[in-house]
Write a protein that binds this ligand. Structure first.
Ligand code: UDP
Length: 573
């Protein structure tokens, strides 16, 4: 595939946000140049392990891997590899210790990370509660939420030089005394907007909800109980807030820690901003995604997954991501050290929903869920095999002997798989994002600077053109309705397969997330979409279902429940 085959929208995104510019704002590279720059920065790391490595040939193969859109590394790698900043990771977690110095040290470090295009996650659970005494001043503490506002303002001010919005995750444990204030901290539209928030839930809490018992609130300083609350009431408060505007999400802390690769390094308390990457304090992770649409082969009957190509792509991607750990210019010395100790990478997928369209499998079907499971099991197994092969040449990750994997095959990387949202990557790849269903087949995208684009899903376009049914008028109708489920001009066999996010029931959304989670080392970025008319009970059911099905967290969104949404369904202007 040649550069010219990269879609128009993709080129627009790359030109606007990713191509290197000089001081006057003129591009100093074209799209081919961008991919050459990235390949040329990542390939030479092979010399660390083999002084005769043919890194020019490797750079060519990485170039082909990316320009064929089979695989793309996360945005910071595309933006910064081979350039002075050189910061290549999307995900970071920083500790927030309970002292003024430590808090503001972390504000500073977060600002440095944001400037370089990374997103940061924090647990605020160690901060003493609002009203607790401050020994040195005789005053009282203002609590986690007040400090979240400080982080939020700092993020606002940095805004990453205009290329990428600073994203944060804020987590508070369910047993923190300020949990109610936290749950409602984004209630007012426009408050703490640079944060996604999630409540850190424990299994003990979920059991208390199921048995309708009280649970203990714990003083973060003394670790002693300081009160009790009805678990079910608190759960309903979370559900109510999420029903109102999609937040907070929940994450299951015990599950994150069950998969904590090196427990000797401490507890996992937070994830990155979109929830897919649990990390230790000061750890970072670079992600990359395989475009599943490119993993299809044409057959006499239609399309089929090309597992041979998928295996090759996984191996190349793991090699690429492992090199990124070495070439990365970390924003802090400590982040470099912690990251190199576990060498976590996160290979995921995008274009899953588009792939199903080509295969003629509805997203909301048992067959769809089964395929998700089969595909991700394959990618995870091949990814681990590739990491084991790298370990044979390069050595296992330094903390391997202390890891949960110590009795098995060597691994080069503490974690291998993560399913990212691929917000920008999927635009570049011209495919549906992550493992989400197609949001809408014809829709309006609000770009950062306020411009709008009307876009038609390429698979639907192809299908309708094949049958001679494509017309602009029909596209406008679809844009207006939001879904094609009730459009009589479209044959039933197409409507059955071309389902959109709102045609998929919350239960199927959750089943799909759980299917991918079963074969993913880290976590899955996924939003369970609800129609505007959904009730609080339906939201509560999904939270329970996600818990029972082994998900690591849940994020829900009820259509129309926020003032501004990035994606609008059924709104054509
Ligand atoms: N991220 C961020 N700012 C953004 C978008 C993403 O900091 O505006 C970080 C965040 O940690 C998120 C991760 O990048 O969880 C991956 O997001 P996504 O897959 O959408 O990024 P892409 O590589 O597609 O740009």
């Amino acid at each position: 595939m040649a550069i010219e085959d990269i879609g128009k929208n993709a080129l627009q995104v790359l030109e606007k946000r990713y191509l290197a510019k000089d001081a006057e704002g003129n591009h100093t590279e074209d799209v081919a140049g961008l991919f050459r720059r990235v390949a040329a920065a990542v390939a030479p790391e092979d010399r660390n392990y083999d002084e005769n490595a043919d890194t020019a040939a490797l750079a060519d193969s990485f170039y082909e891997l990316m320009t064929s859109l089979r695989f793309l590394p996360n945005s910071p790698t595309l933006m910064n590899a081979g350039r002075p900043l050189g910061q290549l990771s999307a995900c970071f977690v920083l500790p927030v210790e309970d002292s003024m110095e430590a808090i503001f040290e972390t504000v500073k470090n977060a600002a440095l990370i944001h400037k370089s295009g990374g997103g940061t996650g924090f647990s605020f659970s160690r901060l003493r509660q609002n009203g607790a005494p401050v020994n040195s001043t005789g005053g009282v503490a203002s609590g986690p939420v007040s400090f979240m506002r400080v982080f939020n303002m700092a993020t606002e001010a940095v805004k990453q030089g205009g290329t990428r919005r600073g994203a944060n995750m804020g987590i508070l444990r369910v047993d923190h005394p300020d949990i109610l204030e936290f749950i409602d901290c984004k209630k007012v539209n426009g408050d703490i907007t640079n944060f996604n928030i999630s409540v850190g839930i424990t299994e003990a809490f979920m059991q208390a909800v199921e048995e309708n018992r009280d649970y203990d609130l714990i003083d973060p300083q003394t670790r002693r109980p300081v009160g009790k609350r009805s678990a079910r009431e608190l759960f309903e408060k979370i559900v109510d807030a999420a029903w109102r505007n999609g937040e907070p999400g929940i994450i299951f802390l015990d599950r994150l820690n069950r998969d904590n690769v090196v427990p000797s390094q401490g507890e996992i308390e937070s994830t990155n901003p979109c929830g897919e990457q649990p990390l230790l304090p000061y750890e970072s992770c670079n992600l990359g995604s395989i475009n599943l649409v490119k993993m299809l082969a044409k057959t006499p009957e239609g399309y089929a997954v090309d597992y041979g190509l998928l295996r090759d792509t996984v191996r190349q991607a793991i090699h690429f991501l492992d090199n990124v750990i070495d070439v990365n210019n970390y924003p802090l010395e400590q982040i470099g050290a912690v990251t190199r100790a576990t060498r976590k990478i996160g290979l995921g997928v995008m274009g899953f929903a588009d792939m199903l369209l080509y295969l003629g499998v509805p997203y909301n079907s048992d067959e769809g869920v089964a395929l998700a499971e089969k595909l991700m099991a394959f990618i995870n197994a091949e990814g681990h095999a590739a990491s084991t092969a790298l370990a044979a040449q390069r050595g296992a990750f330094p903390l391997f002997a202390e890891s949960i994997y110590k009795d098995g095959d060597l691994l080069r990387n503490g974690t291998v798989t993560t399913i990212a949202p691929t917000g920008t990557l999927s635009m570049i790849g011209g495919c549906s994002s992550g493992v989400e269903p197609v949001f809408a087949y014809v829709y309006i995208r609000n770009i950062m600077d306020g411009t709008e684009m009307l876009e038609v899903n390429p698979v639907l376009r192809e299908k309708l053109q094949e049958r001679g049914l494509y017309s602009d008028a029909l596209m406008r109708k679809i844009a207006k309705e939001g879904t094609i489920a009730h459009i009589a001009e479209i044959p039933e066999d197409i409507r059955r397969v071309f389902v959109c996010a709102h045609d998929v029931s919350p239960v199927y959304h959750t089943r799909m997330q759980a299917a991918f989670q079963r074969h993913t080392d880290n976590a899955v970025s996924k939003t369970v979409n609800f129609p505007h008319s959904a009730t609080r009970e339906e939201v509560a059911e999904v939270y329970m279902l996600a818990y029972k099905m082994g998900c690591k967290g849940v994020t829900i969104y009820r259509d129309g429940s926020r003032d501004s949404q990035v994606l609008n369904i059924g709104s054509v202007k």
